[in-house]
Write a protein that binds this ligand. Structure first.
Ligand code: IMP
Ligand code: MG
Length: 449
């Protein structure tokens, strides 16, 4: 299959990194199409564990060429630090990783702006990863963003930074009111930001200094900056296989997720086209990845969330801590309403279930098959935030299994209850089950095809 999109069907952390790694065998090119360094994709190869944020997981496979598409927002410092940590571990990156000339760039004040917004939201804060993602996409939609190609055009870059500096000054005035900074910092137009390496320390940088720093970063990016749309389409013309690697998940999609508790990009399959410049008619397959239970990191509605004690049991069994922020993930039962909704939004053609081994040893397991809201059954995931918070899940109880599924490699080797559990999920989701992951290692897979 030449063009395969891989998407998360829940709130992120479905184990997409592992499935990308498994599917990589077939692919020559791997491309990220949305999000930024907010992602945390964990891949285990032998005794080594890698956590990738911005670079596609395909980089871990020798010979694969990786791209960061126009739909991604790039923090150049985060990019270079990830590239050097990969190189320090013996993964060659240079000459195999390219970025789009049209990708937007995360600027110094985006992270601070996010901090201020979260503070202003108070109890309604999103619980973001703090990587400047939302403000960068806001500038993109506001048509004032800096793109990779602007880093090479000094006049454009200088003008853009001047406008943004003025805006940042206004923001700084607000900050003074909120006692984040002292009044001295707003006496002249300045860019105010928190440096990546010391997030709590607010720093002030003149527009001319920001300009110089970004020109230098631009020179480092220049050899990697290409027309990604052209390269991917040429590869597809040559019948090469391209894997589109989604980050976050469908319920964190800006349009289709649990808005406003979402990320700011198109995490669903449609984003693969807008985020790379490959047309919808060229996509052959959409692979959906869902965890055998549900987790969410950050705030917002989560209908099947377990009580804190039961959540803790799953969290420990599944090592459910954010790969980017280290925050404990909220845990709950598998939600088939969410899975069915995601299957439709993305047009999922194949399903992979992950982390089935984490459910070993439960006497019984629950699957949410529907929601009730104000006494009525809901046919779908609701649009209203109020409803998302207040729906009552309807559960079906299934028998658990005692023995570990970790050693299973064929479906006949799964305990009958485990097979029954995944087959029921397949039925409720309405998508063919292609495989189940039973551990973090590459070979810990049971294929159903
Ligand atoms: P942002 O993407 O940093 O703006 O955060 C918005 C929401 O998405 C927060 O709830 C984050 O915890 C969540 N989020 C962002 N990236 C990921 C991810 O890769 N996995 C899981 N949750 C994420
Ligand atoms: Mg993750």
């Amino acid at each position: 299959m030449p063009a395969i999109v891989l998407v998360g069907m829940q709130w992120g952390d479905e184990g997409k990194g592992k499935i990308v790694d498994v599917l990589c065998d077939e692919a020559s090119l791997v491309v990220r199409y949305q999000g930024g360094a907010n992602a945390g994709h964990t891949v285990v190869i032998g005794d080594e564990e890698y956590v990738l944020h911005l670079v596609p997981c395909g980089i871990l496979r020798p010979g694969k060429t990786c791209y960061i598409g126009n739909g991604v927002v790039i923090d150049p410092e985060a990019l270079f630090s990830e590239m050097s940590s990969l190189e320090n571990r013996g993964i060659g990156v240079r000459g195999r990783l390219f970025v789009s000339l049209s990708s937007h760039v995360i600027m110094p004040y985006h992270k601070l702006s996010e901090k201020v917004l979260e503070k202003l939201l108070g109890e309604r804060r999103i619980g973001t990863a703090g990587r400047g993602i939302g403000p960068a996409y806001r500038d993109k939609a506001g048509r004032v963003g800096v793109r990779v190609c602007d880093l090479f055009d000094h006049r454009v870059l200088r003008d853009k930074i001047a406008v943004l500096a003025e805006e940042a000054r206004a923001l700084a005035e607000q900050l003074v009111e909120h006692e984040e900074l002292n009044a001295v910092t707003v006496s002249r137009p300045q860019i105010v930001y928190a440096r990546a390496e010391s997030e709590d320390e607010s720093c002030v940088e003149e527009p001319s200094e920001v300009f110089k720093r970004y020109v230098a970063l631009g020179e480092k990016i220049r050899p990697m900056a290409v027309n990604v749309s052209r390269e991917l389409n040429l590869a597809l013309d040559e019948r090469k296989t391209v894997l589109f690697e989604g980050a976050q998940g469908t319920l964190l999609d800006l349009d289709h997720g649990s808005y406003p508790y979402v990320s700011s990009s198109s995490a669903s399959a449609g984003g693969a086209c807008t985020g790379t410049g490959v047309g919808p008619t060229r996509i052959d397959e959409v692979v959906g990845v869902a965890k055998a239970y549900t987790t969410r990191v950050g705030n917002g509605p989560f209908p099947t969330e377990l009580s804190s004690e039961a959540s803790q049991t799953l969290r420990e069994a599944g090592a459910e801590y954010g790969a980017t922020t280290g925050r404990p993930r909220r845990c709950g039962w598998f939600d088939a309403v969410v899975a069915r909704y995601s299957a439709r939004i993305n047009g999922v053609s194949k399903l992979y279930l992950t982390k089935l081994d984490v459910l070993d040893g439960h006497r019984e397991l629950k699957i949410c098959t529907g929601y009730a809201y104000e006494g009525n059954a809901l046919g779908d995931f609701p649009a209203s935030l109020e409803a998302m918070f207040r729906v009552e899940p309807t559960y079906e109880t299934l028998p658990g299994w005692r023995q570990s599924v970790k050693g299973a490699r064929r479906k006949e080797e799964l305990p009958p209850e485990a097979l029954g559990y995944v087959r029921r999920i397949e039925e409720l989701t309405g998508v063919r089950l292609a495989g189940v992951s039973v551990g973090s290692a590459r070979e810990e897979m049971v294929f159903f095809d």
